[in-house]
Design a protein around this ligand. Sequence first.
Ligand code: HAM
Length: 427
Amino acid sequence: MKLSSQGYKGTRDFYPEDKRLQKYLFSTWRKVVESYGYEEYDGPMLEETEIYRAKSGEELVDQQSYRFEDRGGRDVTMRPEMTPTVARMVAARRQELSYPARWYSIPNLWRYERPQRGRLREHWQLNVDIFGVETIDAELELISIAHDLMSAIGATDDMYTIKVNSRQLTAIIMADYLELDGEKSHHMMKLLDRRAKMEQSAFEEEAMQIMGTQEGVNKLKELVEAKSMGDLPEQIREAGPVRQIQLLFTHLRDNRITNVNFDVSLMRGFDYYTDIVFEVFDNSPDNNRSLFGGGRYDGLVGMFGVEPVPTAGFGVGDVTMLDFLEVHNLKPEPRSETDVYIVAVGDVLRQAQGVARLLRQAGLNVALDISTRKADKKTKSGVAKHVPYLLFVGEEELNQERFILRNVKTQEEEKLSLEEISQKVKP
Ligand code: HAM
């Protein structure tokens, strides 16, 4: 039998160069969120299915979940998102935690989706959540972090847009402006969620099914064409949630964050969001899609039988961010974790091992090519592995206790003592 060397559909193998890029992304994320005082937590890969059923939305549970019965007959699901887990964890220690609790994690998540650009079946997601703050300052902080996450990978404001909406405003629009009942407004929200990916005619056709009259469809069109809060139909322009968004925008502007837009059709898929929602979009025509998003979800912690805790957060996927780096030419140059690659020239492997040991003791990461190939082949390996320095160790160098260090990028060579080498490589 011949086994396939392809991995499972929608998953990725991380070869060292891929892992290196992922590590760069994760360490950048960690640096940014920790600079705001967020603490790392983690949770299990499996949860009882019901915690997703409660508020994540039926699409996630019925169509996108990796779900099975364990040997004890429990209905379990591989985590498709982290939010129910973190809400459960906070609920379990509701009394002991000190608030505001600022937590982050980078779990791998599983969703049974049709693999396509930006969407896979396994992805990693930075989750940033703040517990215990009911004011708009939580959203302000989260959007500032989102903006800093983008700056930290080299993105400038023209490359992306932060779109903001409010679930409370949506509720007012559905009930008072469009006059839809609970079920119809649910369908309308799902339709608005898909609008950006639909042809206008298909959108109008489905809108007709929900609204029932052309007059109703026109009303909807007037609404979704609003480019700013000022364009909103008069009936809803003065609503409380609109003023909340305006306040948020004022604070964001004070923090010099200006690439934010109001978008009345921004829905975000989950049922648990209760107020402000936001999503970051790539402006590049080659990757015109959502990069990440989140919002306020005040009711979720309370679902676990404790007093509710006001909560807001967001999730950033690695797949969409790696696409962003690619499209905007922001990928860092590959650099190995290894500092020095030793090429032993001639029959000096044992002595070269001693040199490697001394350099490691001095704090360098050192790989010695222990293959029996010729020196030029070993040199090629070191270069291909993106090690920044090559060190040539031969008979003469050992006698002189000075070795040839080559900077791979500049091709400069110097004959140095071990101490000078460690100074040069890691000053
Ligand atoms: P989400 O919008 O489903 O939100 O996912 C957040 C981000 O994760 C997406 O914008 C995208 O970057 C990435 N993502 C999601 N699914 C996939 C996939 N199949 N393949 C690749 N990337 C994907 C949530 O999951 C919320 N729980 C986020 C949150 C945290 N809200 C509050 N706190």
